[in-house]
Design a binder for this molecule. Structure first.
Ligand code: DP6
Length: 330
């Protein structure tokens, strides 16, 4: 009744932004991500009669009620599948700041889905696990897998065709790297969930976003299959900027960028002018992630760390799938 799992975070190269069904977390558009090897969450779940209610500790601290509630709802899905009412103690640890635009909900809900289902002895395959993780946080559907992953939007109302599938394994593109630059480890004020629902409702550019995303997906699939770095970089950078344009043009405006983020984006453009090919991507937070070739990663990291704004810089490569651990956290 107790199990532990670790899942890696992932960064979308083609972003998920907007839900067609917010209860089941079904997206308006498909997305493609790279699972990262250096950012991960480990979670232990213990179901037992001795617990009167669910409890959740993240990085050594008890969490606010709304976060516990979100985890309890996820545990309910697993409890329903296993026909049990047992409450659970959940302890989770990540090696990076949460809710700061580093896809912490992706690794967290992927690790929770795998550990909770294993603890109740449910033998889900990766498709079922991805569907389960998706209902906790959309991006978590992609963190079940390693390598490069596409989360199909699906068309069915019940979400049974909306899940993450690996499109290239972890070993596929070992010369690719992502330099993750943290400009502020603080939690963001507007969570992605609220931000995307406001954008779908209010942004005059949201329709244009949906109209262009399929071409981006085609280019990204092709670029990954052919290991075409210029194509994946250009496509990912433009896709991220388009997503941010939809947020900026919603009311009230959502601007996740800090002045420091803009400094770093411009530095990426300057690096290109200097002959070092690299591209940025950003999510629901101020952090700037730089997609590059492994041979340039250290040089780029050095340039980024030269800015006092950069608090931390981590060189990541493609990571592996979510996995069970032998050692529990408690
Ligand atoms: C900008 O997966 O955190 O990082 O489904 O509401 O939990 P919920 O949202 P979440 O959103 C991620 C948005 C993004 C883009 C992406 O990862 O595709």
């Amino acid at each position: 009744m107790k199990a532990t799992a670790t899942a890696n975070s992932n960064i979308a190269l083609i972003k998920y932004w907007g839900k067609r069904n917010s209860k089941l977390i079904l997206p308006h558009n498909s997305s493609i991500s790279m699972t990262l090897d250096k950012l991960h969450t480990t979670t232990t779940v213990d179901f037992s009669e001795k617990y009167k209610q669910d409890s959740l500790t993240i990085d050594g601290s008890k969490v606010p009620v709304d976060e516990l509630e979100r985890v309890s709802i996820q545990l309910d899905l697993v409890r329903r599948a296993a026909s049990t009412h047992l409450k659970a103690k959940v302890v989770s640890e990540s090696n990076f700041p949460k809710s700061a635009g580093l896809a912490s909900s992706a690794s967290a809900f992927a690790a929770l889905s795998l550990s909770a289902s294993k603890a109740l002895d449910l033998h889900f395959d990766n498709r079922e696990l991805s569907i389960l993780a998706r209902q906790g946080s959309g991006s978590a559907s992609r963190s079940i897998h390693g390598g490069f992953v596409e989360w199909s939007k699906g068309t069915k109302d019940d979400g049974s065709d909306s899940y993450g599938k690996q499109i290239a394994p972890q070993s596929h593109w070992s010369s690719l790297a992502m330099v993750v630059n943290v400009v502020t480890p603080k939690e963001k004020k507007i969570k992605s969930r609220a931000g995307m629902s406001q954008t779908v409702k209010n942004s005059p550019l949201y329709k244009a976003w949906l109209e262009t995303v399929d071409a981006d997906l085609d280019n990204a699939r092709k670029a990954i299959a052919d290991k075409n770095f210029s194509l994946i970089g250009k496509t990912a950078e433009m896709n991220a900027l388009k997503m941010h344009c939809t947020m900026i043009t919603t009311e009230p405006h959502i601007i996740y960028w800090e002045p420091d983020s803009v400094v770093l984006m411009k530095e990426v453009m300057r690096l290109r002018e200097d002959g070092i090919e690299c591209y940025f991507t950003m999510d629901g937070g101020p952090q700037v992630k730089v997609l590059c070739l492994e041979k340039d990663a250290k040089k780029i990291q050095k340039r980024m760390l030269g800015f006092k704004e950069v608090k931390e810089s981590i060189i990541c490569h493609t990571g592996g799938e979510a996995k069970l651990e032998k050692k529990d956290l408690f």
